[in-house]
Write a protein that binds this ligand. Sequence first.
Ligand code: PMP
Length: 391
Amino acid sequence: MSNQFARRMGTVHRSFIREILKVTADPEIISFAGGLPNPELFPVEAMDRASNEVFTEIGTSALQYSTTEGDAGLRALIARRYADRGLEVDPDSILVTTGSQQILDLCGKVFLDRGDKVVIERPGYLGAIQAFSLFEPEFVTIALEDDGPSLEELEAALKDGAKCFYAVPNFQNPSGVSYSLEKRKAVAALMDEYDALFVEDDPYGELRFMGEDLPFVYSFSKKKGLLCGSFSKIAAPGFRIGWVVAEKEIYDKLVIAKQAADLHTSTVSQLIMRRYMESNDIKTHVGLIKERYGRQRECMVEMIGRYFPEGVTITQPEGGMFLWVTLPEQVSSMDLLDAAIKEKVAFVPGKPFYVDGSGENTLRLNFSNSDEARIEEGIKRLGKALEAMLD
Ligand code: PMP
């Protein structure tokens, strides 16, 4: 059987995170492993009303096939939200996608031939590594520093012929790191200079609980790349609605790839999301999410300070859903996970986020999906497992 599989399947693995999630299904385990938004904040009633209105007022066409580009009203609302964030976007340059994850697959189809060099952050978003891997590129990783990517490493990669750079400049998954203003400008300038494509993935940008909002890298570049967004973290992931902003030449190619993949994003999902936004102030809703995640992040940082031994460092995310832990050099986070599961707490070891096999002593903690009591108890348990390993 195995010789019937396409060559590309040989290099791709099941998502390690999804495997860990099976273990953490045990309700006694406090899990900081998943990347899930907090379901207590899903706008269930407002969505219920929106969906009723869609079925009673729009009826059959909500259940019909629709255009690949996406619902015009929804795209206009997305453009208006960008305007609120200081970016002018033409609704016709927005392509609605089946989650922002689909954009990564479309990017692979449109831009990547086997062996093409793709730059990603180190550590990088696992879903992008998985999506791009199916196109058999050569990954070039560049260090993610506290204020963004190493510009020296980025320039070296571009000089060496890299075609594109995929990045998450706001509250990155997995590290929680955000790019400084200076690095945003510098990245845009380098991408322009080397005529390479910047793929800016921004599912977390609106979830800032401290510090000031910063402009998109996209806004500084002359040669516009792709700007990706999603409703998953600001409303609910179950709708599977994301979008990408692209210039016409690229847009048309993405539309062809999307037609081939799934014709269009669910009509009914799009119409319910549109109606939800027309009848509710999504900004107020995002405010509630920020308030909750901000408190949970504070609590996690405080508890780490209290319960983790010396020699462990963490990032200080100003938003998003994750923080990143670096253990002393000799400690393997895979070994720590075994000990942690015995203490009934879970996290994601850092290694899968590195394509070069490094990152052994790192791990990702999610703070969006546990309340403060569980965060305190979970970090205490993890601290205990860590202490035992360091003894
Ligand atoms: N990009 C990043 C950086 C993410 O963390 C995620 C979700 N984990 C996605 C894209 C995909 O999100 P969705 O398809 O739900 O929009």
